[in-house]
Design a protein around this ligand. Sequence first.
Ligand SMILES: [Zn+2]
Ligand SMILES: [Zn+2]
Length: 156
Amino acid sequence: MKGLIFFVLLINFIFLCPNLVYAGMGYHLKCDNCQAEEDLLFGIGMVSKVVANGYCYNCKKYVSITHGTAKDEKGLYVNYDGSTNTQEQIEAMEKPLGYVYQPALGKIALYPCPICGQPFIPIKEEGFGTYENPTKMYCPICNKKALQGRGGILWD
Ligand SMILES: [Zn+2]
Ligand SMILES: [Zn+2]
């Protein structure tokens, strides 16, 4: 019985301690031409969900739509960075502006930039290739095919 209690406590500890269990994967993006670097997070973590990542030409920066997945005592969803959202805000965030067809990638959702509201096309995780053999992508900053994303960043 003592062993079982210890086991249950251990399991609780593992699941409640976000530093030990990660569910989201992050990628480090680096351009070999202009040397621009950025970390992008993907997936659903312990407390947050990434809806989409992309580059906003209007804001001239990488942007990300993320929100919390668990409510606080006020009924707000708390994101991993401490920001909070209502249920309505989350529904609005997850709703694409529309869809476009892109020959190399197929159907792609367009999301509004969380800063300026202009549409951006999400960067797809599948496009990165493998860790040993990352795919070269176009860099949104210098527009050269010199951008690589490497996985391995565990978050949330
Ligand atoms: Zn570049
Ligand atoms: Zn923007």
